[in-house]
Design a protein around this ligand. Sequence first.
Ligand SMILES: [Zn+2]
Length: 80
Amino acid sequence: MSFACPVCRFPGLEEAPYDEHGCASFDICPCCGTQFGYDDATTGHSELRARWIAGGKRWWSEKGPPADWGAETQLAQIGE
Ligand SMILES: [Zn+2]
């Protein structure tokens, strides 16, 4: 089971960013670097996404992205 990031739509999060009660996981998205419950407590997801895009859509984690990762593919899933 994996979950999508509400900011960048990276689909490989190991934990849900928010559980059914609305509690944040406090995990950090390896793609955009958003910490759920912290970064998005003061800044909306669409604003965080806009910043990530403006910053060049870079992969955040030192571990590096999956072989099939592509920011454009991910962003195409955002229907906003
Ligand atoms: Zn993300």
